[in-house]
Design a protein around this ligand. Structure first.
Ligand code: NAD
Length: 363
């Protein structure tokens, strides 16, 4: 790494600050053991930002975003802000953050740790060895398409949303998925609904062209979304990288993550074209029900650091974090969310400390 990389941390609400503390310990170890130095600044976002500034994504944070290479976000939201108008809630800050950073690609790995295979609601033989990456388009499609809302001049009250994708929007997400697939098993499955939707057929045509012209080493398949939802439960090991639109990805990525057992284990990255910072965060929320109790599992947050470092090109360091987590789990250490009945459980800090010790020993 030639220049000092800059990271903005947004600890947010609920369990956010607790799990961020563990992530920062991991970063410190990487710095010490690998003689690296990151420039880390803290920012406000979510409920805490509303309390302090009146806005979920304050101007000061937007300025900070422009000055960093990555954003490490814990979690935002909670009952305190639930009754605010939709556009003033903490979650509105999340959408604004993605928009500000033009983070159009949401990468969600769903990997099963063998020693936790029994925590899944599916049988061990179905899910053991799963290693899927869902690449979801995040800034287009039916969530943003116009026209939207009430349709005027209709016989009865009618509402509509519109599924829209431009060629460039499809190209950039498919190319992103191709690059990820090239780093893995070189298998890409594009999920759509081309039998019914013109926009899906367009998506499919462009995907075929991209693979034919630029990624002919990839094995490409197409699957209708209804079948993909079924196949993920029937035989999830057939998948390597899945690329799909915003709406389908929202559903498919949650389904894929649940195969692995616990929401407390899974990280994610939301990336743009590389000119702005990427966002790295656990897939779970602020878990207000356990905030302040020490029950939060810090693993999803710590694995988000691993994804961040991989994005910086620090592949060995990223892998070392993954291995430290895996070793910790293999050695039987559990937080409450992943413990079987009667098993001894660790609190957030204890789990973080053991992962840090294993990481230190491996570097
Ligand atoms: P949640 O993910 O916060 O919690 C769902 C369940 O999983 C809870 O029982 C919680 O205790 C548990 N859980 C979550 N993370 C855990 C962890 N690391 N360790 C152990 N258990 C964990 O979802 P929710 O309860 O629907 O939402 C709570 C708040 O979080 C809401 O305000 C919601 O809008 C917000 N939210 C934020 C994000 C984000 O910041 N990206 C994402 C989803 C939800």
């Amino acid at each position: 790494m030639t220049t000092k990389k800059r990271i903005l941390t947004l600890a947010g609400d609920g369990i956010g600050p607790e799990i961020m503390t563990e992530a920062l310990k991991v970063i410190k170890i990487i710095e010490q053991k690998k003689s690296l130095k990151f420039e880390i600044t803290e920012g406000l976002m979510g409920g805490i930002a509303i309390d302090n500034t009146g806005s979920a994504l304050p101007k000061e944070t937007i300025t900070q975003l422009k000055e960093v290479d990555a954003v490490l976000l814990a979690a935002i939201g909670g009952p305190k802000w639930e009754n605010l108008p939709q556009n003033q809630k903490p979650e509105a800050g999340l959408l604004a953050l993605r928009k500000e950073l033009e983070a159009f690609a949401n990468l969600r790995p769903a990997k099963v740790f063998s020693c936790l295979a029994d925590s899944s609601s599916l049988k061990r033989e179905i899910i053991e060895g799963i290693d899927i990456l869902v690449v979801r388009e995040l800034t287009g499609g039916i969530y943003f398409g116009l026209p939207r809302g009430e349709v005027k001049n209709t016989k009865e009250k009618t509402y509509a949303n519109t599924a829209v994708y431009s060629e460039s929007e499809i190209r950039r997400i498919v190319v992103c998925a191709c690059k990820e697939a090239m780093k893995r098993k070189k298998k890409l499955c594009s999920v759509d609904k081309a039998n019914v939707l013109e926009v899906s057929q367009f998506w499919r045509d462009i995907t075929i062209e991209i693979i034919k012209n630029d990624y002919s080493d990839l094995e490409l398949s197409h699957m209708y979304v209804d079948n993909a939802a079924m196949q993920l439960i029937r035989n999830p090991k057939q998948f390597d990288v899945i690329v799909t639109s915003n709406l389908f990805g929202d559903i498919i990525s949650d389904e894929a993550s649940m195969l692995t057992g616990s929401i407390g284990l899974l990280p994610s990255a939301s990336l743009g074209d590389g000119s702005k910072a990427g966002i790295f965060e656990p897939i779970h929320g602020s878990a207000p029900d356990i905030a302040g109790t020490g029950k939060a599992n810090p693993i999803a947050m710590i694995l988000s650091v691993s994804m961040l470092l991989e994005n910086f090109g620090l592949i060995n360091e990223a892998k070392a974090i993954e291995k430290a987590v895996e070793l910790t789990l293999n050695n039987g250490h559990r937080t409450a969310d992943i413990a079987q009945t009667g098993e001894k459980t660790l609190n957030t800090t204890e789990m973080g400390n053991i992962i840090c010790r294993n990481l230190t020993d491996s570097l």
